[in-house]
Design a protein around this ligand. Structure first.
Ligand code: GLN
Length: 478
């Protein structure tokens, strides 16, 4: 199959050189999906007929010389927690099996308006809760770079599909790292936008004060192109900021010198794999050599990140997931005999172990006797963290960190839920403080798996973040 590695390359062939039709592009992705998806299990469903029809419409527009959208010819996979009208959306949960959405998420509408082709829905951890895709009720997704290893999660299907060329870009959601961590494990780029930049209308909620939708792609530039389309005010999502969306691709090649903060505790952390640490230290040296300023800063609170995240997100999840009651939509237990057993049995049978664990944990931290000790305290810690990070970013352009403590691990390696939660140490910070963060590849480990660095910037500074990471990923390509 032709390797369509970027939007610009695809559009050059489709629109400038006109050496390939949109139908052929889609057909090639369908062929790749047929060849690899039975093993990788990234797609839960492929919209084959529909994708080919959309491609025909685009080819007709090209033939008629009509104006095309900015994502013409771009084949997109969507995480199964983002709804698409008249299509199933299950969040990889038994409780939503066969649920068909009656509306489309704003991000889906916007991509379709720009002539993107949505080719299917992608496997993920159930309700986006997990970091390995092992919590999906629809089976594991395998890492296409090494099928004995996890692809990361929760957007594991999204990352695996892009890495295996089963779509050009994918949409994921990121509540505590679910775009960036799988991007890191699969060797691609993943962006979590600022909280309030991208509409969540039509994203199945996990923890509403954390959730964001964002792109996964082969390049920073492609993330910028997708963000351009999905960002910005939406009457259906009141949490969106009313800021003007800048042009994210215009300044990608700007070459300005930056101040980069490094949290000392992040690179000195005992959980960090020594080779990943070396890769980061080398990267910092390269950046210093290229004229950027590296500032090492104190951040003693690093070990509070994961507990704070898990108290707050489980609390929010326990509330958000109360709507799956066996009455309104989704799975209803055949063993239910009255209202009470409808609730109890539908939820007990419909949710998986990890989702139930989080609902119980969240209910506990919100309960009258423990609210102050856990939930209210975690809210205060969140504010402290926000103030600390804002202070660091007042004098620095970016914070640079590892994306993950280690490379993709093997299936079953993190059986203890706490061990799995601790994997999120570097990613949850951006969600706790609502800031944008991007994961980009940073070399290959001796275990053959990709390593990744993460950069975080000030709120709504995606243009600067994308420009800088584009620059450092093209100048020093691993
Ligand atoms: N691994 C994290 C968790 O399990 C992140 C999930 C996410 O970002 N959706 O909560």
């Amino acid at each position: 199959m032709k390797n369509f590695q970027s939007i610009a390359k695809v559009q050059n062939l489709l629109l400038q050189q006109k050496t390939i039709s949109c139908v052929t592009i889609v057909q090639q992705y369908l062929d790749t999906i047929k060849a690899h998806n039975p093993t990788i299990n990234a797609y839960l469903e492929v919209f084959e007929t529909e994708a080919l029809q959309t491609a025909q419409t685009i080819d007709a527009k090209i033939a008629n010389g009509e104006q095309l959208g900015s994502l013409a010819g771009v084949v997109v996979g969507i995480k199964d927690n983002i709804v698409y009208k008249n299509h199933k959306a299950s969040a990889s949960s038994k409780i939503l099996t066969n649920y068909i959405s009656i509306y489309s998420a704003t991000v889906v509408e916007r991509m379709l308006e720009q002539d993107a082709i949505i080719i299917g829905r992608l496997n993920c951890d159930e309700f986006a809760m997990g970091g390995s895709n092992e919590n999906s009720a629809m089976g594991n997704v395998l890492n296409p770079l090494d099928i004995t290893r996890v692809p990361g999660g929760s957007s594991g299907g999204s990352a695996a599909a892009v890495a295996a060329n089963m779509c050009l870009v994918a949409l994921g959601t990121d509540t505590g790292g679910s775009i960036r961590q799988p991007a890191a494990f699969c060797g691609i780029v993943g962006l979590k936008p600022t909280y309030g930049l991208v509409s969540r209308y039509g994203a199945i909620a996990y923890a509403s004060s954390f959730d964001q939708i964002g792109p996964l792609a082969h390049t920073v530039e492609d993330c910028a192109r997708v963000l351009q389309v999905i960002a910005g005010a939406d009457a259906f999502d009141a949490t969106l900021a009313k800021t003007q969306v800048p042009n994210y691709t215009k300044d990608l090649t700007l070459n300005t010198k930056k101040n980069i903060a490094v949290l000392r505790t992040s690179i000195e952390h005992p959980a960090l794999d020594p080779e990943v640490k070396t890769a980061i230290v080398n990267k910092l040296q390269d950046l210093a050599n290229a004229g950027h300023t590296i500032n090492y800063v104190d951040f003693p609170n690093i070990d509070y990140l994961v507990p704070t995240y898990y108290v707050l997100t489980t609390a929010e999840a326990s509330s958000n997931l109360s709507r799956y009651d066996g009455v309104h939509f989704g799975y209803r237990s055949p063993n239910a005999t009255d209202l009470q057993t409808t609730y109890i049995k539908s939820r007990s049978e419909g949710f998986g172990t990890e989702v139930k664990r989080r609902i119980m944990l969240g209910t506990f931290v919100l309960s009258a006797g423990y609210y102050d000790a856990y939930y209210a305290k975690a809210q205060r810690v969140r504010r402290v963290l926000k103030n600390e990070i804002d202070a660091i970013l007042a004098t620095n352009d970016f914070i640079l960190m590892p994306t993950t403590p280690s490379t993709a691990f093997t299936f079953g390696a993190k059986k203890d839920p706490i061990a799995m939660y601790l994997e999120d140490i570097y990613t949850v910070l951006a969600n706790l403080v609502g800031l944008p963060a991007i994961a980009i590849p940073c070399g290959v480990h001796t275990n053959t798996m990709p390593m990744s660095i993460q950069l975080m910037s000030k709120a709504f500074a995606e243009a600067e973040l994308l420009s800088f990471t584009h620059q450092i990923s093209t100048i020093n390509n691993n």
